[in-house]
Design a protein around this ligand. Structure first.
Ligand code: NAD
Ligand code: TYD
Length: 350
């Protein structure tokens, strides 16, 4: 198996959990974290492992092919786990090209660099592309996304991820690059940037700001605790079959409004506020354009072939997540200053 692993996007939400897991679990591996530190990248996410002897940080943009060549030359990685991306649907509606650059061109740059450095010998090499269930589009009331569901993306974000998935498969089919892919449902947990539903609403409940529920609030998502996603990534990286795709999900569907009410109830208890305080903040706002009605993952392939399943229930995970935000106010204060305020104003007004 690869022992020198280049992980892209390691300073972001999911990437930081993957880095921590690999650095702690595999002391004989060398983990290189390549991240451009965009608004979503935050080295505070990795304070506890930044001095580990098997960890290196490289600040670089995947659009910068000179930097990619230098990093491959310096570290000679034999494995890549690619998470770096622009990841927020609402931002993709505001500036789609940023998503084309990083998610499509950045991914192709990384594929080219890996191919170039590995071309003489693909044995023992692995390029793992981390993707999303959003590439499959929207479901009605029933049914699940499987690995063979036709791609049908609706947002600039999901279209850019779909394009990157196609390029990864094309490099396998055309050049024999040893790739593996996974498509995961919505993650939640510590270190999640407060632009996505759960951390945004936790922050707004703490600060007493409105909770902007899009449309009728009956949109459905399948939620997975981020550490369970990191464990799935570990499983797929080590045991997944080359050329294959694995769907990863939480078996945990929630309508947005039900989730928001659960969050409000848990936070009223934890903050010692009277029952119903949080719910008073719920405000229905204009819907997101192109909003996918329902996502639901059939994760039976990874479960049956690789033995992975989620370990944390939603109530446990949500409770741990709220506790983390309440215990890490400084982290939250740092990330919601500066450019976050401009984005918030543009997206939600006020
Ligand atoms: P994130 O936005 O929290 O983090 C993205 C990271 O990538 C940041 O550290 C950022 O600095 C870095 N980055 C962005 N552009 C870059 C560039 N051009 N060069 C180098 N680094 C760059 O994202 P996340 O939620 O942790 O998602 C990670 C990956 O997992 C993404 O590929 C996303 O599509 C996928 N995914 C996310 C979810 C989810 O619920 N968050 C679910 C399924 C799949
Ligand atoms: P989000 O966390 O942005 O993830 P995704 O769009 O990738 O699934 O949104 C989750 C759901 O919550 C989605 O149906 C949109 C909705 N939502 C709101 O209702 N209000 C908000 O302010 C946000 C950010 C999301």
């Amino acid at each position: 198996m690869p022992k020198v692993i280049l992980i892209t996007g390691g300073a972001g939400f999911i990437g930081s959990h993957v880095i921590r897991l690999f650095v702690n679990k595999y002391p004989d591996y060398r983990i290189i974290n390549l991240d451009a530190l965009t608004y979503a990248g935050n080295l505070e996410n990795l304070r506890d492992i930044e001095k580990a002897p098997n960890y290196v940080f490289e600040k670089a943009d995947i659009l910068d092919t000179t930097a990619l060549n230098r990093i491959f030359e310096t570290h000679q990685p034999d494995g890549v786990i690619h998470l770096a991306a622009e990841s927020h649907v609402d931002r993709s509606i505001l500036s789609p090209l940023d998503f084309v650059y990083t998610n499509v061109i950045g991914t192709v740059n990384l594929l080219n660099t890996a191919r170039e450095f590995w071309k003489n010998d693909f044995s023992g090499k692995r390029f793992y592309h981390v993707s999303t269930d959003e590439v499959y589009g929207a479901l009605g009331e029933s049914g699940f996304f499987t690995e063979t569901t036709r791609y049908d993306p609706h947002s600039p974000y999901s279209a850019s991820k779909a394009a990157s998935d196609h390029f990864v498969r094309a490099y396998h089919d055309t050049y024999g690059l040893p790739v593996v892919l996974s498509n995961c449902s919505n993650n939640y947990g510590p270190n999640h940037f407060p632009e996505k539903l759960i951390p945004l609403f936790i922050n707004n409940i703490i600060t007493g700001k409105p909770l902007p529920v899009y449309g009728d609030g009956l949109y459905t998502r399948d939620w997975l605790f981020v550490k369970d996603h990191a464990a799935a990534i570990d499983t797929v990286f080590h045991n997944g079959k080359t050329g294959e795709t694995y769907n990863i999900g939480g078996f945990n569907e929630w309508k947005n409004i039900d989730l928001v009410k659960l969050l409000c109830r848990l936070m009223d208890e934890k903050l010692g506020r009277p029952a119903g305080t949080g719910e008073k903040l719920i405000t229905y706002v204009k819907d997101r354009p192109g909003h996918d009605r329902r996502y639901a993952i059939d994760a039976s392939k990874i479960n049956q072939e690789l033995g992975w399943k989620p370990s944390v229930t939603f109530e446990e995970g949500l409770s741990l997540t709220i506790d983390w935000y309440m215990d890490n106010k400084e982290w939250l204060e740092h990330v919601v200053s500066g450019s976050y305020l401009e984005y918030y104003k543009q997206q939600y007004g006020g």
